[in-house]
Design a protein. Structure first.
Ligand code: ADP
Length: 191
């Protein structure tokens, strides 16, 4: 069992690297952003509750996120492990995740943090907004809000894992292959 938290600001490349990591290590990908977008697309009650938060670049309330993740974990009990992407994004979510995993005799092996400078993030998100169709990528104010929310609410999650000696930083600037190789070196040391 190998459980990994992939961490980093919006636009750091978590989605891109996730696909490679889950394939190589045979992990179930749990991206809370993707799950919410699916709920919104399907018009579920959860999607309706989450939509306004997402459109404005704010975080969806913890209770909704935590319940959605627990349902997903429960539905994939036979997996080799999970790759959490975009979750946990608050310390309350990190605590809830530890509890969920402990109750199932599992734990997080490592938090992989992709480090990318702010100006590069803004450029990437604006570029993604041209093609992704994501309303939260399309305007400067929403992008800035997401980066600010990341700094105030999500960065403390790094300290949470640092205290457990599970925090590992990887340079998120470079070619997709280079970054992936670096990530694999870190994973191979903990698995
Ligand atoms: P990004 O590419 O900006 O990192 P995501 O696809 O991970 O974005 O998430 C998009 C939006 O979904 C976030 O801005 C937030 O509103 C909501 N969201 C995703 N994951 C979480 C979470 N763990 N807690 C709260 N809100 C979340």
């Amino acid at each position: 069992m190998l459980n990994i938290v992939l961490f980093g600001p919006p636009g750091a490349g978590k989605g891109t690297q996730s696909e490679r990591i889950m394939e190589k290590y045979d992990l179930v990908h749990i991206s809370t952003g993707d799950l919410f977008r699916k709920h919104i697309g399907e018009g579920t009650a959860l999607g309706k509750q989450a939509q306004d938060y997402i459109d404005s670049g704010n975080l969806v309330p913890d209770a909704l996120v935590i319940r959605m993740v627990e349902v997903k974990i429960e539905s994939q009990k036979d997996s080799e492990g999970f790759l959490f992407d975009g979750f946990p994004r608050t310390v309350a979510q990190a605590i809830a995740l530890d509890e969920m995993l402990q109750g199932r005799q599992m734990s997080i092996a490592v938090m992989l943090a992709l480090a990318v400078p702010d100006n590069e993030l803004r450029d990437r998100l604006k570029l993604r907004g041209l093609t992704s169709g994501r309303s939260d990528d399309q305007n400067e104010e929403k992008i800035n809000n997401r980066i600010n929310v990341y700094k105030s609410e999500t960065l403390p999650v790094a300290d949470y894992y640092r205290h457990q000696s599970k925090f590992k930083e990887v340079n998120g600037v470079g070619s997709v292959e280079e970054i992936f190789n670096h990530i694999c070196m870190v994973i191979d040391l903990v698995k």
